[in-house]
Design a protein. Structure first.
Length: 314
């Protein structure tokens, strides 16, 4: 855990789920308790200079100085949590954040694969059984046992936050198995264990476009988190451009969309991603590398971010 550091640098904090988990239908979801979010904001106010997104843009474009211990707050995935819980705390304290909603989750009523996996694990804690079930479906429909085992053996299960078996399930269903195969298996497991009504589930899980517009009208920034929330590094340049353009058009329908930022889903990007972002008007790109960024910022499309768990809660 990183405490305050007296450095001429930028700290970007990354948030996902924020809620009162004790009163939630899914208390096993890994996220930040609302009371801990309140405590962490108090800690950040006391120890950092929390800046708005415009200050970062002005630093990058015009060389305007940022304060020592500058801190930016970012919120990924467009969760309703951010509107219900985070927004009130920001507003009470006069703070602004940067919110990154994926388009299809908001506009098409689709639950992101990353979230389907979270909720699947929240309602079914027997990860060994889930791995066996994934293998059974794969070998009955898509390939052999040997092929499945080769996929498993090629997965790096190291993680800062999750145990190996959980990472194994996440990687199989997010990235490693062939796309049509993994999507089909995950959809069937989500239907079986979590919800038979994906659209209604999505409407509860994510903000609406109206709520995002309200956030923008309050002076917060809405950025790009792609259309479908893919591992960008697995896509061709043209596919990456489509993801970015669709998302840029979406945020332009909410706010001006000028000097926009992107948060790379899963922290996944490559040289094609950087080209696609730059060619389409992106100014800032946020990764998931857990580090601070020295000033002046030299690589604005590769700014690292700390997870909320890397900082104290009070």
């Amino acid at each position: 855990m990183i405490s305050r550091m007296e450095v001429n640098g930028l700290t970007v904090v990354m948030y996902h789920y924020i809620r009162d988990f004790n009163n939630s239908y899914y208390p096993r979801i890994n996220g930040l308790e609302f009371k801990d979010f309140v405590g962490q904001i108090k800690f950040l106010i006391k120890n950092y200079e929390i800046i708005e997104y415009k200050a970062l843009v002005d630093h990058i474009l015009f060389g305007d100085p940022l304060p020592k211990n500058a801190c930016l707050l970012t919120f990924d995935d467009g969760y309703a949590d951010h509107f219900e819980f985070a927004l009130q705390v920001l507003e009470v304290n006069g703070l602004k954040g940067v919110f990154f909603p994926p388009v299809d989750a908001i506009m098409e009523g689709r639950v992101l694969s990353v979230n389907k996996i979270h909720y699947l694990l929240a309602v079914n804690q027997n990860v060994d059984s889930l791995v066996r079930e994934i293998e059974d479906v794969f070998t009955k429909t898509y390939g052999t046992v040997e092929q499945f085992r080769s996929y498993v053996e090629g997965i790096d299960v190291g993680s800062r936050f999750d145990p190996p078996k959980v990472i194994l399930i996440k990687r199989l269903l997010q990235k490693v198995l062939p796309r049509n195969c993994r999507d089909s298996i995950l959809d069937s497991l989500f239907l079986k264990y979590v919800s038979s009504d994906e659209r209604s589930f999505a409407e509860t899980l994510y903000m609406s476009k109206k709520q995002l517009s309200q956030i923008s009208s309050l002076g917060h920034t809405v950025g790009i988190h792609t259309k479908t929330h893919p591992w960008m590094e697995t896509l061709e340049l043209g596919e990456q451009c489509e993801e970015i353009v669709e998302s840029r058009n979406f945020i332009e329908s909410i706010s001006a969309g000028k000097d926009w930022a992107i948060a790379y889903p899963y922290g996944s990007y490559n040289s094609d991603t950087l080209k696609a972002v730059g060619d389409n008007g992106g100014i800032v790109g946020f990764t998931t590398e857990p580090a601070l960024d020295n000033l002046p910022i030299k690589n604005p499309l590769e700014i690292p971010r700390l997870d909320t768990n890397d900082l104290p809660f009070c």
